[in-house]
Design a protein around this ligand. Sequence first.
Ligand code: ADP
Ligand code: SF4
Length: 684
Amino acid sequence: MPRDSRYDVLFEPVKIGPITTKNRFYQVPHCNGMGHRFPQGMAAMRGMKAAGGWGVVCTEECEIHPTSDLSPGALMRLWDDSDIPTHARMTQAVHENGGLAGIQLVHNGANVGNYFSRMPPMAPSDMATIYKHPLQARGMDKQDIRDLRRWHRDAALRAKRAGYDLVYVYAGHNMTLLMHYLLSRYNKRTDEYGGSLENRVRLIREILEDTKDAVGDTCAVAFRFAVDELMGADGMRWAVEGKEIVEMLADVPDLWDVNIAGWENDSLPSRFGPEASQEEYVKFVKQTTNKPVVGVGRFTSPDTMVSQIKRGVLDLIGAARPSIADPFLPNKIAEGREDEIRECIGCNMCVMGDFTATPFRCTQNPTMGEEFRKGWHPEIIPPRTSTSSVLVVGGGPAGLEASLALSNRGYDVTLSEASDELGGRVILESRMPGLGEWKRVGDHRTYMLGQKANVESFINSRLSADEVLEFGADHVVLATGATWRSDGLGRSIIHPLTETSRTKLVSADHILGGGLVLGKVVIFDDEHYYMGSVIAERLRDQGHEVTLVTPSTMVSEWSNYTMEQHRIQKGLLEKGVEVICTHTLTKIGEGEVSLSCVYTGTTRTISADTVIPVTTRIPLSDLQSGLNIRRDEWLDFGVESVTSIADCLAPGTIAMAVYAGHQYARELECEVSEIPFKRENYQP
Ligand code: ADP
Ligand code: SF4
């Protein structure tokens, strides 16, 4: 299909200092849990972005010196020449695929614990380290400042040798030493690097000039700067110091990469904000500088992107998450296939990779992080090796992804879904407060399946074991999902709860299905992700008195990995949900429940008319069991294999379900080794 001419502007080249991009699609620096520990994985992933049409593809943070050691995080490093080959691999992968490669040099100042290097962290002035490490950062003297400038310059020169086209000076996200210099809450210096704004900007100006001097003949020098921290007068505010800083340095860098800090505001989850939510903070920048400006906003709609350009907000469409969910987003727009974009849902599952220092995964894109170790390509899948037919039972994330990937391999697929809509759990969950965009997981796949000639989908079609056998497909994949337990069994509750005449037990599924409850509600959350909190919100919105009890020290503890925890707890408290942490629910009484402190065992009772446990789910494995009983008859019906995947096997996240569906399809009728991925084993 030809490209829609409305989107032509997105494919214009942009000059950035000495380099020119082929289009306006710009993958901004983003973490990925691979970094220096999985360099081949990182390079293959970046190369894939370039292959998908991103004009510029950047690294994640790259530490310039061991005093900026983000261990155990797996970021990039450019401490000395021995790091250059790792980077050369990345730039080669990007260049081979037609992109320009950028590197985000950083010193993390008081943000690090230096657990690997064992060096004292550094800061403009003596201060506590930001992430609750039991050590302080030492205030830098003039020699330290000279050293820092030399380290940054040396790193820039190494970056150039490694083949980078664009080199960052980074003062963003409240994580960087240069931002610590800018902020008067951290910078207490009394010399020419502290005090007035001009003084606090001095080091950045020097480092920008050093970098241009060192590599600016062939490399563009970008400045990444957080114009606002959303914390009022104690932090950076775009309309106050932010604007002044852009004015002071307006034409010094070749490119302005602007956003808001901290990272949880920058990578705002869809639960808390829509596409393009940074516009009001960053739109002033283009009016203040003649240099090109890139910014982010979880842009997945080409119309929104065009609007950003045409209204003069941005010159380059920056993307981290949209490029993770769909590395081929630019090419799809270029080829008139924008309706096939796998849009990011804003769940921030990808962020988890950074916090756990493991190769990141994406809910929407199951191939993300598997480019090197499994050789998975997001758009290409090896063709089938036989003419077998496949029956997929269950049209949730797993069944939909399995059907789509199987059909892409060329298999004839029949998809059978019991309910009247495809989408499974995401249909119900996306109706909960703030989770609307999650519906894209089902919508994208349902749309794509609709284009396929080799897939037949049936709704209102609940299959029994007899019917599965009678259907007689060569392969059967069961993706029938799971139901929430109503008896509370899980990590803390080891004896099933029973309801009483005055206090009813209700499952999370009842609420997900739109069911109503009576009176005062107690939610017991021992799952620790989002479900307990969205149920609390829903019922509070309906006017119930709601108490959320959790054995954890905070609500939705696992959501720290998706940077949602703080906002979730804030939202519940502001809505008037009572939160009781560090307690388990031990018993349901008449109009009350007993709670026990996880530390002391001290018990207390609170009133309750309805109890909703959010603990574990029961895999819906009846179909597999029913078929197993008739194992001897399978071949008589022509059935070679029956395989359960995803939630009906081991309930997990939506990301895991999508991955399981994809994996099934990839591996069907293929030989798979026992450790089904390559490892990056280090040689002595
Ligand atoms: P997963 O996350 O593993 O994809 P979901 O719970 O989202 O699981 O989806 C499972 C889907 O399977 C649901 O839409 C459910 O209606 C459907 N389903 C369950 N049992 C059957 C069955 N016997 N026949 C057809 N569809 C089924
Ligand atoms: Fe978007 Fe979620 Fe994928 Fe991250 S994991 S890119 S937020 S869909």
